[in-house]
Design a protein around this ligand. Structure first.
Ligand code: NAP
Length: 289
């Protein structure tokens, strides 16, 4: 069985690494804040002192950190994965980062005869805990096939999206869909309320029809109840929308709806609501009225 290295044991990474152990893989893990490795050791894993050390004893190395510069740090930076990696091993980055940065890192690894997959996920912390993540994969299909069992220990839907960067591009499409739909839900809830229509009734009546969506069914009732506890935080969503806007800039592509939602989330952040759930977009829409 392949030996798995894991770098980044945050909200997502820790349960994903635990699921790999549950599936019977050997796991050696690194986290910048050392205490977070303890649970992995208790579950039968090993700890490493640097990403380089992880790479020295792994066949497949998974990274799950925050943003593009962080993935660069742990792979290409001082004591990074690239300095310990064994020829023929695979790096799978499961963080959500820039498609062009991904391609850049993949090229650097290729010089060492190492294949990379970009494999960002959707499904949130619940999906990470239950191993039901949707995983969007960019890179060689043969490399994906080699890693399939590993990905299956963490996710339910695994889709090959194309060459390096296409997994990240798919994830950014996912974020366009999620955030623009959220905006439609916020406007419909406010419109119902201003019209004197009971907004829960509106959600119930529409969610099974052509207007149905995950956002309407799950975030609509939260907007009506003014429940802003985070499932997915605005600050994190903004990081992803920034990645979408940067990638669109590179292509000279206007994205008017997405950009508008990004600005309204900025208003949430300016009002101290960045750590609330994305359903708090409703508050920004309401403030305009
Ligand atoms: P998180 O809880 O903030 O964890 C981030 C992890 O990355 C931590 O282990 C952190 O180490 C590590 N890290 C960050 N920068 C680093 C650096 N420069 N060097 C070394 N380690 C670094 O975040 P998360 O929610 O697990 O998210 C991880 C990724 O998954 C992000 O790209 C996010 O967009 C994506 N994602 C998240 C969700 C979600 O619902 N949370 C859903 C889908 C995708 P420390 O412990 O030392 O801070």
């Amino acid at each position: 069985m392949e030996k798995i290295g894991f770098v980044g044991l945050g909200i997502m990474g820790k349960p994903m690494a635990l699921n790999l152990l549950k599936a019977g893989f050997e796991v050696i893990a690194f986290n910048r804040t050392k205490e977070k490795v303890e649970e992995i050791i208790k579950a039968g894993g090993k700890a490493a002192n640097t990403p380089k050390e992880v790479a020295e004893s792994s066949d497949i190395i998974i990274t799950m950190v925050s943003d593009s510069p962080d993935v660069k740090d742990v792979i290409l930076g001082e004591d990074g994965i690239i300095f310990g990696i064994i020829e023929g091993s695979v790096v799978i980055d499961m963080s959500t980062i820039s498609p062009s940065v991904t391609r850049n890192i993949a090229e650097k690894l290729k010089e060492k005869n190492v294949e990379m997959l970009d494999a960002p996920v959707s499904g949130g912390d619940v999906g990470a805990i239950n191993a039901t993540l949707s995983i969007m994969v960019g890179g060689n299909l043969s490399t994906l096939e080699r890693c399939r069992k590993v990905l299956e220990a963490m996710g339910k839907t695994i889709t090959h999206c194309g060459t390096n960067g296409m997994g990240q591009t798919t994830k950014l499409c996912n974020q366009i869909l999620v955030s623009v739909t959220n905006m439609a839900v916020a406007e419909a809830v406010l419109f119902a309320q201003k019209s004197g229509l009971e907004a829960h009734t509106m959600v119930e009546a529409t969610k099974g029809g052509a207007a149905g969506s995950w956002q309407l069914a799950n975030l609509g009732p939260k907007m009506v109840n003014e429940d802003y506890a985070p499932g997915f935080m605005i600050d994190l969503q903004q990081k992803d929308l920034r990645l979408v806007i940067e990638a669109a800039e590179e292509m000279h592509l206007p994205l008017p709806a997405l950009t508008y939602v990004h600005q309204l989330y900025k208003s949430n952040q300016a009002n101290g609501e960045g750590r609330e759930g994305t359903q708090a977009l409703y508050k920004s829409v309401k403030r305009l009225a």
